[in-house]
Write a protein that binds this ligand. Structure first.
Ligand SMILES: Cc1ncc(COP(=O)(O)O)c(C=O)c1O
Length: 464
């Protein structure tokens, strides 16, 4: 006999297996719930009378099981406060998990790891009021299963307007697909590329290893393009690859903007070979010294999949991104996304739509642009005359060139200064044909404002 029990104020499903006797079965089920942490220390248990009624067993059986667990120390019984899970009944963690978990408070205090905005600057109040408005205005059907794999129409319309206005993207809401950040957009794109029987894709010789790994897992072999001060050498693209992944606005991590000639070469290659361009526009909003460089997609909307994200402009934790798909590829993207890929919450989508249409997104980006620009200028001032800094016109990171052969020791010396920082070599494709370069990729967007000063001092102390 197996009985389910779900009568606590805090919902708990408890299974009583018969055979061992009801009292022993109930005692063991309670013991297990306390041991595993499903019943937290301090939780008040139902009275023996109401539990007995729920389970359809004698009150005495419950009272005896409770008494047994009190005697063992799993429960406490006090006049007036009922029967509760004892403090000592804390869940036991498996030894392996305990070993792999980093104790709280350990690890470097300061971080200049690239890839993150200043998450302490997340616009909580503005997001909250956008959420309120989104919630108040949401139609009932928004709380059901979404019927359109492209995502909420409100967000797609808001994005179409914003991307056309701010990034020069040819965007039509019907061709926008909302997804869970760039990484998800890349996975979907990789599946589309594979479905076209393309096994090889070009990537930039310096790029994020996690993105290369995603492509490898999707069964795509990556071939590195050389990268220099003008961005990726798109003139080297040949007929052997069916797609290319580029960061045209701000090469990650070297920071170059893809020059007009190289943009043209990429588009010419796509037109001549039928290849696809995946444009990663991860931080296109953040350009400091001149107008933002428009999206490559504007040059050839039929061949470029434009992939954007809120991870830099707002926060990676939102897991919100978007694809603008060429007209001929929408069905293919939706086929791989399928009718079951509901990765983004409707409420978050409606909130972002509201955030954009109300102008809060533009305000936030403008404010953050000033903040990051100030940090960049402070970084340049602090390091003037000591190291060459490049990739500074845009984005949230810069590259600091180091004397040959010193990258590892500088990363180590930063660790001694309690500072986490990444060397450029970490981003080098293993097969890349690139000259040796020792450098740090410094994510100056990452610290909070209050940590920025000491972080910069730690960096300065770590440099040769
Ligand atoms: C080159 C690049 N592309 C995209 C992203 C954003 O990824 P996601 O939207 O999956 O958070 C990042 C974030 O670090 C990045 O560095």
């Amino acid at each position: 006999m197996t009985e389910s029990w779900a009568t606590f104020g805090a919902d708990l499903h408890l299974e009583l297996s018969g055979g061992r006797g009801l009292r022993a079965g109930l005692a063991e089920a309670l013991r297990e719930a306390a041991r595993s942490g499903r019943l937290a220390a301090g939780t008040r248990l139902p009275s023996s009378r109401s539990l007995a009624r729920d389970l359809g067993i004698a009150r005495n059986t419950v009272a005896e099981a409770y008494a047994e667990l009190v005697a063992e120390g799993w429960l406490t019984a006090r006049q007036g406060s009922g029967t509760r899970v004892a403090e000592r009944a804390r869940p036991r963690r498996p030894a392996a998990a305990a070993r792999t978990r980093r104790p709280a408070g350990r690890g470097p205090s300061y971080s200049l790891l690239p890839g993150s905005p200043d998450v302490s600057a997340f616009p909580r109040a503005a997001w909250l009021s956008a959420t309120r408005r989104a919630l108040a205005g949401a139609p009932d059907e928004a709380f059901g299963y979404g019927r359109d794999a492209r995502g909420r129409i409100e967000l797609r319309e808001a994005l179409a307007g914003y991307l056309a206005r701010a990034r020069g993207v040819y965007a039509d809401p019907d061709r926008i697909v909302v997804c869970a950040g760039f990484a998800h957009a890349l996975m979907l794109s990789a599946a589309v590329v594979r479905a076209r029987r393309t096994r090889e894709m070009a990537v930039e010789g310096y790029c994020l290893d996690i993105h290369r790994d995603l492509l490898a897992r999707a069964g795509t072999r990556t071939r590195p393009l050389r990268v220099d001060g003008e961005g990726a050498r798109t003139g080297d693209l040949g007929a052997g690859v069916g797609a290319v992944l580029l960061t045209p606005a701000h090469q990650f991590p070297t920071g170059a903007a893809l020059t007009p000639a190289r943009r043209a070469a990429a588009v010419d290659w796509a037109g001549a070979t039928g290849g696809l361009i995946l444009e990663d526009d991860y931080d296109g909003e953040f350009r400091y010294d001149r107008q933002p460089v428009g999206a490559l997609q504007g040059l050839d909307p039929d061949r470029v999949l434009y992939l954007g994200t809120a991870s830099k402009s707002l926060a990676p934790g939102l897991r919100l991104g978007w694809m603008v798909v060429p007209p001929g590829l929408v069905d293919e993207v939706l086929a791989v996304k399928g009718a079951t890929d509901w990765t983004s919450s409707a409420l978050e989508q409606l909130t972002l739509a509201e955030f954009i249409t109300s102008g809060a997104y533009d305000r936030h980006v403008r404010g953050m642009r000033l903040r990051y620009r100030r940090r960049r200028d402070e970084l340049l001032a602090a390091l003037a005359g000591r190291v060459a800094v490049s990739g500074i016109a845009a984005g949230l990171h810069a590259v600091l060139d180091l004397p040959a052969g010193t990258e590892r020791s500088v990363v180590q010396s930063a660790a001694w200064q309690d500072l986490a920082v990444e060397g450029l070599s970490r981003f080098r494709h293993p097969e890349a044909d690139l000259p040796p370069r020792d450098a740090l990729v410094v994510g100056y967007g990452t610290p909070s404002d209050s940590a920025w000063g000491p972080t910069l001092a730690a960096l300065s102390a770590a440099l040769p």
